[in-house]
Design a protein around this ligand. Structure first.
Ligand code: R5P
Length: 293
């Protein structure tokens, strides 16, 4: 039993001060429950509304991708410099220190390897395991226009239902088949379908023409996927243009971990995303960090 309140101090209810109703900073996310919002606020910085997520999940279908041969040696040292890590549960359990307080977004789909039809995916993790691992979010591919389009959409909606039961946001990744056109019209379609069917975050690629219309027509936050390794200035420009065009940050992999100085690239991307640093200035920062200055 708690002790009786015997304080002689007069109680102060501050009855003249109305209790504040807190809004929520993230696009389209104001009507979620507290746990869902709290997880989103761990992934996205509430001050800027943006995130720099480091994507290292490639092994789930590609095996030891260049730059990810030794996640313990190459990626774990980068964790303090990203806002969130997008990885598989296998990597999380085997190599990510449990003392890390960074939010972990877990890859929750899988099945085919690069040797097979990639759209033939299934949900590859129980929601209970995501909870057990204290996931801040879960991610899944959606193959709009792909051979197994309907199945991948259904995978996503089942994952969203599971996530809603426990307050775990789902990031839908718009996966584009090899022969499909990567243009604004396609990504508008894919992103909107993912959001309409319940994804709380959509990850998609940057396109030079019409990216603003993709973000404008998607009612939830979009994070930009990086794609294959390009020159640092081009990757920084792409990230800059994406956030200026309405993206709520990035979820980049190869352009960070395949850079010859990943930590410098991550720092430069961070400045672009959270401080609107211009690409040329970010490149100079990258170069100076690379020189060890
Ligand atoms: C998504 O399908 C992949 O598994 C990666 O998460 C995604 O492609 C982002 O990584 P990158 O920037 O290397 O394309």
């Amino acid at each position: 039993m708690p002790e009786a309140d015997v304080s002689k101090k007069e109680k102060n209810y501050q009855a003249d001060v109305p209790q504040e109703n807190h809004g929520f900073f993230l696009k389209g996310s104001g009507n979620y429950d507290w746990g869902m919002k709290n997880r989103l606020a761990r992934v996205f910085n509430p001050k800027t509304g943006r995130t720099v997520m480091l994507a290292v999940d490639h092994g789930y279908f590609q095996g030891p991708t260049t730059g990810l041969e030794r996640i313990d040696l190459n990626i774990v040292p980068l964790i303090p410099d990203c806002d969130a890590l997008f990885c598989t549960r296998g990597v999380l359990r085997s190599m990510v220190p449990a003392g890390s307080t960074k939010p972990m977004v877990l890859r929750a789909s899988g099945g085919p390897s690069i040797l097979k039809e990639l759209s033939d995916e299934q949900i590859a993790m129980d929601i209970e395991d995501a909870i057990r691992l204290n996931a801040a979010g879960i991610g899944i591919q959606v193959f709009i226009g792909g051979e197994y389009e309907t199945r991948s959409v259904h995978n996503m909606t089942r994952l969203v239902d599971a996530g809603l039961r426990y307050g775990i946001p789902v990031m839908a990744v718009t996966a584009v088949g090899k022969d499909m056109v990567r243009d604004a019209r396609y990504f508008q379609l894919a992103c909107r379908i993912c959001a309409e069917l319940g994804a709380q975050i959509v990850k998609t690629y940057y396109v030079e023409e019409g990216f603003e219309e993709i973000t404008a027509s998607c009612p939830v936050p979009i994070v930009m996927a990086g794609g294959k390794k390009i020159a640092e200035i081009d990757a920084l420009t792409m990230a800059y243009n994406a956030v200026q065009g309405g993206a709520s940050g990035v979820d980049m992999g190869r352009n960070i971990f395949q850079s010859d100085t990943p930590v410098a690239m991550l720092t430069a991307i961070h400045k672009v995303v959270h401080e609107n640093m211009k690409p040329q200035d970010a490149l100079e920062l990258f170069e100076s960090l690379k020189r060890g200055e």
